[in-house]
Design a protein around this ligand. Sequence first.
Ligand code: C5P
Length: 239
Amino acid sequence: MKIDQRIIIALDTQCEKELNVLIKSLKGHAHYVKVGMELFYTFGPSIVSRLKNEGFKVFLDLKIHDIPNTARKSCKTITKLGADIINVHSSGGIEMMKAAKKGVDEALEENNNLTPPLLIAVTQLTSNDQEMIEKDLLINKPIHEVVTHYAKNASLAGFDGVVSSPLEVKLIKKTVHNKFICITPGIRPESSQKQDQKRVTTPKEAFLNGSDFIVIGRAITQAKDPSKAFKDIIKELDL
Ligand code: C5P
């Protein structure tokens, strides 16, 4: 897969005008976009088919985390929306993740025109760090151990991969297997601010660490010219 097809742009906005500007600027240049909660709750489920009709592949980042039965039904519903990647929180546990996988399979059985989405588990958010997981979540293990444990659980539940920090990719691939997909947000080009993200790298470092896909939001969407910012990142990659 070409490098530009492995960059997912997070369209995090609640403003129709801003969304239209982003679509216009990125159409024909960017391959993958991410629909997060902000976009989904503002514009509703039809946002997925709208973006697909504009020619984008869609990562539907709704981070489902609930009792297994609800996770199964939610995953069944969102698979039917036709997203290319969907996700749940691995902290929901193996039973919940197995239920989520069952929901995806049920949707595919009922509608054989659907392409199976990549089923992905969020490990630890890239805005969490060691201090936060110890103080707020009472998790007294090194964050990389928590992340690899969650990744193993996701693999046991039949998932295709995880969302993690680019700093954890090598360890995840070593612990699970090399083909286990790692999608990494927490990406900041040299010139950008970290903002609320903590476990970050540059786009180039992320790919060199083995990330299959990188997720970039504000560094592109808040730029004066998003399409130029996207192309500059590809140039900076030089891979
Ligand atoms: O603007 P920025 O590049 O920080 O955006 C990152 C995007 O990736 C956001 O949409 C955020 O919700 C998402 N994300 C993340 N960390 C995760 C999972 C998703 O930052 N572990």
